[in-house]
Write a protein that binds this ligand. Structure first.
Ligand code: V55
Ligand code: FE
Length: 495
């Protein structure tokens, strides 16, 4: 793979791999607990072809869907490309036809009007369906057993939005999926679609509203009562895009906003709260109701984490100079006004996780990734170009922090959480860890970590026999869910 640009987007753990492969009965060092029974799906961007432009970025890599299938302490692995319309067109042409990130005006004229999404951000499981998602388009449905692509998923024509978030939220009690799509009505439009699918995966509502300016709404939140849409000032401009320029530019002088509406209410009930200027967050740990108050935990930074978005907005700030912290924003819904409270509850970091059962409910613990200042120079790679090298556990209630720092030259990807059958236990974290062995070469391992004892390190490790490109997000699906989906499919399509 020597024909890729030698930029941060294609070196280190972003070195293209481009190999579809599978292996059964991988070696396990240590013992994987029996109660870990299911599939760890991963979204891995991996460009199949060298880009049209030298300034191509990591976020445009073709989506690959990977699966660790774990049962009885045994691990199987497989990874395949998501066969998006874009992937298939470029495969046929044997060269890149789609140009810059989220800019169709830079494409080869032969693909005008074709679906540009690469479905590379989150594998989402809901209603017995696996979707590979990216926020610039609709999800692609994937066969969870073969990893083959079934096709673009629009709820059988019911969904009107042109886009579907990579961060839907699922209520653990009702099984409903709450989701949104921004730029729902087209490139740089202010339209945001807010949707609900019932536990069986049927679309039951879709409402549209307008955001204050066209921002990148990467993630949102639900509580038992509310849906929460945070808006940060990284904005799109249609004339800039039409001129072939960047889709996003960070505007340091612009306010942020938080829109909050009853989650089963009408979008007209949205209340807008005004936040600090210039801040940014891509992910939220969780939110919950506390009487009339709402608390939400934000992976907040004082500017946008993506260099190419800062540059486009004229923000000159080196990656290592970005400040931030895990920040709790608290809203009093009984009081009028636009203001809310803010306090830092943990170190800076991102890729947060809570147990699925705590979604929208109070969380006692949360896990996320950070850069350890004492961990040596961070490994290059990942979505923003530098990798995390420490796993953190926070307990917002008492301020306690536990950490698993990695050795210098190591990188950690976002974990998934697997619940324990023992209510006294915190469950397990599964994550892929990379150790640098050369400029663009790594030994990667799947680690199984006791979520209640992260500093103790992994209880089991699975050395991987092939190179692994940096993951974005993952999703844990218990065996019972996989089997229910398989049984339902067998009813519909008798073997
Ligand atoms: C993110 C990731 C994306 C994207 C936009 O993590 C934002 C944030 C992997 O793709 O297109
Ligand atoms: Fe994300």
């Amino acid at each position: 793979m020597t024909n890729f640009p030698k930029t941060i987007h294609f070196i280190g753990t972003n070195t293209p791999v481009g190999i579809e492969w599978s292996a059964r009965n991988l070696d396990v060092v240590g013992t994987i607990p029996e109660e870990i029974d299911g599939a760890f799906f991963r979204a891995v961007p991996d460009p199949a072809l060298a880009p049209m432009f030298e300034d191509e970025i990591a976020l445009s890599g073709d989506g690959m869907v990977a699966k660790f299938d774990i049962r009885g302490g045994v691990v199987d692995y497989a990874i395949k490309y998501v066969e998006t319309e874009r992937y298939k067109l470029e495969k046929e042409a044997r060269r890149a036809l789609f140009g810059r990130y989220r800019n169709p005006f830079t494409d080869d004229p032969s693909v005008a009007g074709k679906d540009r999404t690469v479905a590379n951000t989150t594998p989402v499981w809901h209603g017995g369906r696996l979707l590979m998602t990216k926020e610039d388009g609709l999800g692609y449905e994937i066969d969870p057993e073969t990893l083959e692509t079934i096709g673009r998923f629009d709820y059988y024509g019911a969904l009107k939005s042109e886009t579907f978030t990579a961060h839907p939220r699922i209520d653990p009690e009702t099984g409903e999926m709450f989701f949104f799509g921004y730029e729902a009505g087209g490139l740089a439009s202010l339209d945001v679609a807010y949707g609900i699918a019932d536990k069986d995966g049927n679309l039951v509502s879709e409402q549209w509203f307008q955001q204050p300016y066209c921002s990148t709404i990467h993630d949102f939140l639900i509580t038992e009562k509310y849906a929460i849409f945070p808006i940060f000032p990284t904005t799109a401009d249609l004339s800039r895009i039409e001129a072939g320029g960047p889709h996003w530019a960070h505007q340091q002088e612009l306010e942020s906003w938080v829109g909050i509406m009853p989650r089963y209410g009408k979008v007209e009930e949205m209340r807008w709260f005004k936040g600090p200027k210039g801040v940014s967050a891509f992910h939220f740990l969780n939110a919950y109701d506390d009487g009339d108050r709402i608390h939400m935990d934000v992976c907040l930074s004082d500017t946008c984490a993506f260099q190419f978005m800062r540059e486009a907005g004229g923000v000159e700030r080196a990656q290592q100079d970005i400040q931030g912290g895990m920040t709790r924003w608290s809203f009093d819904m009984a009081k009028p006004g636009e203001s809310f409270e803010s306090r830092v509850i943990g170190p800076p970091g991102d890729m947060p996780r809570i147990p699925d059962a705590n979604q929208g409910r109070p969380h006692r613990k949360g896990w996320y990734l950070t850069i350890n200042p004492e961990g040596g120079p961070p490994v290059l790679g990942g979505p923003v170009g530098v990798s995390f090298n420490m796993l953190l556990q926070i307990e917002p209630g008492n301020g306690r922090i536990d950490a698993l720092p990695l050795e210098p030259g190591m990188a950690i990807n976002e974990p998934v959480h697997v619940p324990s059958r023992d209510p006294e236990k915190d469950g397990w974290l599964l994550t892929v860890v990379d150790k640098q062995t050369g400029p663009d070469s790594f030994d990667s391992q799947l680690w199984v970590i006791d979520a209640g004892a992260v500093s103790a390190g992994p209880v089991a490790r699975v050395p991987m026999p092939m190179p692994m490109r940096a993951q974005v997000h993952g999703w844990w699906v218990p065996r019972t869910e996989l089997e229910k989906a398989r049984a339902r499919h067998a009813e519909i399509v008798p073997a």
